[in-house]
Design a protein around this ligand. Structure first.
Ligand code: NI
Length: 255
């Protein structure tokens, strides 16, 4: 079995064929999916989907792109969502200095609130970090994020940053990017300790080869596992078994 630890099934790209998509996921061996919220609206939609589909779980939080929506009154609504059945993580949250969707101070303020909330509620974090790894890790360290740990999703940092994330009790998530030609992320993924590696799609974005450029979906996490196995991460079956066990432990999913 495989787990897609980072999907956005409530995005409009999936409104036409969600049921077929879940059938294809099962057929590809993808037995559990973490459906990741990006603001209040999408978090509510992610939870609703998890409550009606037994292979789907949810998270709730504000993506750094949505940090402008993460004002004090919106953030106050998060604990109720996080307490819902089937919600397994806080996020996605983090920092994006590549696109600079919102002023850095605004992103950082929202990120810190998410970390504190995760610690209060004893839930793992799902972290988006782009061109901001050092700052993300500094803030996680300062706020005591290692108490709950979580997933550094679609990890794009170097080997030293990966080690620091592992030392801070984080798992590293890898998706379609490892299948791209001359992938730096693939080299980093091959060095991650076996008990800290998890797989994801980040669908509808970043489809792996041979679906690159198309809409991504949970079934394609299989291509990521195959790529890692081919690159020397171990036999395909053991990549599946280990990453599944890691994601289940991290998010408290039924095994
Ligand atoms: Ni995402």
């Amino acid at each position: 079995m495989l787990i897609d630890s980072h999907a956005h099934l409530m995005f409009p790209q999936f409104s036409g064929d969600l049921d077929e998509l879940l059938v294809r996921a099962r057929a590809a061996g993808v037995g559990q999916i973490v459906n990741v919220g990006t603001n209040l609206e999408t978090s509510r939609a992610a939870i609703a989907m998890a409550e009606t589909h037994d292979t789907v779980f949810a998270s709730a939080g504000f993506h750094p792109a949505d940090s402008e929506k993460a004002d004090a009154s919106s953030l106050k609504k998060l604990p109720d969502l996080l307490a819902r059945r089937r919600v397994v993580a806080v996020g996605e949250t983090g920092l994006d200095f590549y696109r600079n969707y919102a002023p850095r101070e605004m992103q950082e303020r929202a990120f810190r609130v998410h970390i504190r909330l995760a610690c209060e509620m004893g839930m793992p974090l799902i972290i988006h970090s782009r061109a901001a790894e050092t700052r993300v890790l500094d803030i996680l360290e300062a706020e005591g994020g290692s108490k709950v740990g979580g997933a550094m999703h679609c990890f794009g940092g170097n080997a030293a940053e990966a080690r620091r994330a592992v030392d801070l009790n984080f798992h590293l998530g890898f998706g379609g990017i490892v299948t791209f030609k001359n992938s730096h992320a693939l080299k980093v993924a091959l060095g991650v300790p076996v008990e800290r590696l998890i797989l994801e799609t980040d669908c509808p974005f970043l489809a792996p080869v041979p679906k690159r450029g198309k809409r991504n979906e949970p079934a394609y996490v299989r291509y990521v596992a195959e790529c890692l196995a081919r690159a020397g991460r171990g036999k395909f079956d053991s990549v599946c078994r280990q990453t599944t066990q890691n994601a289940q432990t991290l998010f408290g999913l039924p095994s």
